[in-house]
Ligand binder design. Structure first.
Ligand code: ZN
Length: 128
């Protein structure tokens, strides 16, 4: 079990990481190669088919709606970074949630213990 101090430090660290998170984008980026409609195209070559692409597709859910967006290959590496940042963001939020729940529990336990202690001290005083 972690101490209040350690949890507070962990949460401060999470907040700091969130502050320093760069641009982000939800969803996932997939790389695709396509075949076109032209029967004589290189992508239909029976011996050595060379499909078109790569094409990048960014799919994500916003306000409950699935969306997908075509990404030009020159932007793919930037979007890849943003998607990774979003994953990091989500995992930091999960960590914060977990630490926050544990911290709240420890603080309440501590308050209960202090109440018991002061009740005992009060009883000891009253008996004198
Ligand atoms: Zn083709």
């Amino acid at each position: 079990m972690q101490t209040i101090n350690a949890l507070e430090k962990q949460i401060a660290n999470i907040k700091n990481q969130l502050l320093n998170l760069g641009d982000m984008h939800p969803g996932s980026l997939t790389k695709q190669f396509n075949i076109c409609g032209n029967p004589n195209c290189r992508c239909k070559d029976p011996d050595d088919p060379q499909k078109h692409g790569p094409y990048y597709n960014l799919s994500f859910v916003l306000k409950g709606k699935s969306t997908s967006r075509f990404i030009r290959s020159e932007y793919a590496s930037e979007i890849k970074k943003q998607v990774a940042n979003y994953k990091k963001f989500k995992s930091l939020i999960e960590d914060w949630k977990t630490a926050a729940a544990e911290l709240a529990k420890l603080k309440i336990d501590m308050m209960k213990m202090q109440e018991k202690k002061s009740a005992k001290q009060k009883m000891a005083k009253d008996q004198k």
